[in-house]
Design a protein around this ligand. Structure first.
Ligand code: GSH
Length: 210
């Protein structure tokens, strides 16, 4: 069994995506904390692992792999016999489509703007920029409505089995659901609200996202 080390900040949604998969697969790994709030992701040591200074980076027997989509698909293949991706080609494409929508259109307004402004800025002595937050609601709604249309599964996004798409969306919902904007952002996505009520209960979430 290869030795796995996840380098990353425990609070990062992308680090949580990778850890949720590892926990659900029952795979042993070590978490090596890289505290992005202290700038450790910009240290020469970390930049040698990941030139973009982003977390997570996975180390597999000394070999480095970064970018969450690449990491999760690798882990899904090697340690989970593809359990966390649908076998039907169109559903598999839907999973990748949801992951890409989250990367490009949902993470930026939801986490980079709303969650950072609401939760991180005040810890650094600042005040949330309400205008910035207000402007992020519509793009977050657009992304979520697209995901709602593509999420044809039950109780998980793509079926009865949890998939990498769920591992991408869960960590973002954990933070977003604690903001006053959550109500408006999910007002037109009832399926995703039901999804959230159900996936919320996964044991791995308590372990990884506490
Ligand atoms: N494309 C990267 C994105 C990862 C990412 O944005 N991680 C955030 C934390 S959730 C990060 O490293 N932020 C630190 C920074 O931007 O300086 C991936 O898929 O892994």
């Amino acid at each position: 069994m290869p030795k796995l080390t996840v380098h990353g900040t425990p609070a990062s949604t992308y680090v949580r995506t990778v850890r949720l998969l590892l926990e659900e697969a029952g795979v042993d790994y070590t978490l090596k904390v890289v505290d992005m709030f202290k700038g450790e992701n910009q240290s020469p040591e970390y930049l040698a692992k990941n030139p973009f200074g982003k977390v997570p980076t996975l180390e597999v027997d000394g070999e480095l792999l970064y970018e969450t989509a690449a990491i999760t698909e690798y882990l899904n293949t090697v340690f989970a016999a593809h359990k966390f991706s649908p076998s039907e080609p169109m559903l598999q494409a839907r999973m990748r489509q949801i992951m890409a929508i989250i990367d490009s259109y949902f993470y930026p307004p939801a986490i980079k703007t709303i969650v950072i402004e609401r939760f991180i800025v005040p810890t650094q002595g600042g005040k949330p920029d309400e205008e910035k937050i207000k402007n992020a609601v519509a793009p977050a709604q657009t992304a979520l409505k697209a995901i709602e249309t593509l999420a044809v599964g039950n109780p998980y996004l793509l079926g009865s089995q949890v998939s990498i798409a769920d591992f991408y969306l869960i960590p973002i919902f954990i933070y977003l659901s604690q903001t006053p904007e959550f109500e408006a952002i999910t007002a037109q996505t009832p399926k995703l609200r039901t999804w959230w009520d159900e996936v919320n209960q996964l044991e791995s979430i308590k372990k990884v996202c506490a």
